[in-house]
Ligand binder design. Structure first.
Ligand SMILES: [Ca+2]
Length: 220
């Protein structure tokens, strides 16, 4: 074992401590990262944009932006990176990590909150703490327009109706002139309360199935 290999293992261990991934998972993800970056230190949006498995994902754009969103790095920073290195890449990937059997109830709750925060950030694009109707509309429009079956006007109407539904659940006695400012994180948690999503939130790309965090033989 050479000195550089020891150093790599040391780095992997520190990344494992930070992200909760096992050494094996980190090794696998590192290989994927190198493949994606073309053996460069960093990856850009263009690198992720060319992943075939993401091509048909209706929220591809949001997923890619999430990788460069500083809010997903746990450092209280906001804004976007132009490029990210392996550690930053891992931090984002760690949001897709499923809970393990060893986790305490408290740890599971913390993990759930982190995942919800990640999803919330994906929609709260201007980071003002609420998902406004406009922000929500954009996502719905994109989702529906990808299917090609619906025009923009209809997509808008559907987004408005869905948002009204959300508003009426959160503010039951809203008058016709009341203005609903948008979904706060607390509302968001409330809306998704009944949904067991700790193990559901996963993405399949890079040939990594995040439900198990195993690398498949897929070429993507
Ligand atoms: Ca917002």
């Amino acid at each position: 074992m050479g000195a550089s290999q020891t150093r790599t293992e040391h780095q992997y261990q520190s990344l494992a401590d930070k992200t909760g991934f096992s050494l094996e998972q980190i090794k696998n993800l590192h290989q994927r990262f190198q493949h994606l970056s073309g053996n460069e230190e960093k990856i850009s949006r263009e690198n992720l944009d060319s992943i075939p498995a993401l091509a048909n994902n209706p929220i591809k754009k949001q997923i890619i932006e999430a990788f460069f969103d500083k809010r997903n790095q746990h450092q209280e920073e906001v804004g976007f990176f132009e490029e990210i290195g392996f550690e930053q890449f891992l931090m984002v990937m760690s949001h897709f990590r499923p809970p393990t059997l060893k986790m305490t109830e408290e740890e599971k709750q913390a993990m759930r909150k982190e995942k919800l925060r990640f999803l919330f950030n994906m929609h709260d694009t201007d980071n003002d703490g609420t998902i406004t109707l406009d922000e929500y509309r954009k996502v719905v429009e994109e989702l529906l327009s990808k299917s090609g079956a619906i025009d923009q006007e209809a997509a808008k109407a559907i987004a408005d109706a869905a948002m009204l539904e959300v508003a009426s659940t959160n503010v039951p006695h809203m008058g016709p002139d009341d203005f609903y400012e948008g979904i706060t994180f607390e509302h968001f948690e409330q809306i998704l309360k009944g949904l067991e999503m700790e193990s559901r939130m996963h993405i399949r790309f890079l040939g990594v199935d995040t439900t198990t965090m195993r690398c498949g033989k897929s070429t993507s």
